[in-house]
Design a protein. Structure first.
Length: 171
């Protein structure tokens, strides 16, 4: 295979992953625009997480991309305790649905600016959650793979949040 074919294949691969990232975020944005604050306050199923918790969780995980990708400091480290390290509790102190929607938008706007500035080669560099030694042994643990895993994570929780809209429409 010629080197320009490898380069073309690599560029197409990066574009495919970036398209998945943008599609999942676009779908989540659309879903968030249709769900009311009351719907977000509801549990996805009895005894399961609320939509607010899921939105806070997704925002905190995406916010962590800023440091993991070496793009800079996180914007909302205060979201870790209520949305990553604690279970969803009714009496927990946490931001409102409106505040979380704004955090979600700002984090993704910032991430997308960094994504736009990345070269194809940058995507195949290690991220900060893998050591240089481990990366030499496992080069697939790169930035592109991390972004793809985060897009899948969004999709997973988006399914739960879609149920909130369907649940509310039945009542």
């Amino acid at each position: 295979m010629e080197s320009n074919q490898i380069s073309d294949t690599t560029q197409v691969s990066v574009k495919m992953v970036l398209d998945v990232w943008h599609m999942q975020n676009s779908r989540m944005d659309k879903l968030l625009s249709t769900l009311t604050d009351d719907q977000l306050a509801a549990q996805a199923a009895p005894g399961r997480n609320t939509g607010i918790y899921l939105l806070g969780h997704l925002t905190a995980v995406s916010d962590r991309l800023l440091e993991t990708m070496a793009w800079g400091d996180r914007m909302y480290p205060n979201l870790d305790q209520p949305f990553l390290f604690s279970p969803d509790k009714k009496d927990a102190e946490r931001p409102s649905a409106a505040e979380l929607r704004e955090c979600w938008s700002r984090v993704n706007e910032t991430i997308n600016k960094h994504i736009a500035a990345m070269s194809t080669e940058d995507w195949f560099k290690r991220h900060m959650s893998v050591s240089e030694e481990d990366f030499k042994k496992e080069p697939h643990r790169n930035r592109l793979n991390l972004l793809l895993s985060r897009a899948i994570h969004i999709s997973n929780h988006q399914g739960q949040m879609l149920y909130l809209g369907a649940l509310h429409n039945e009542n």
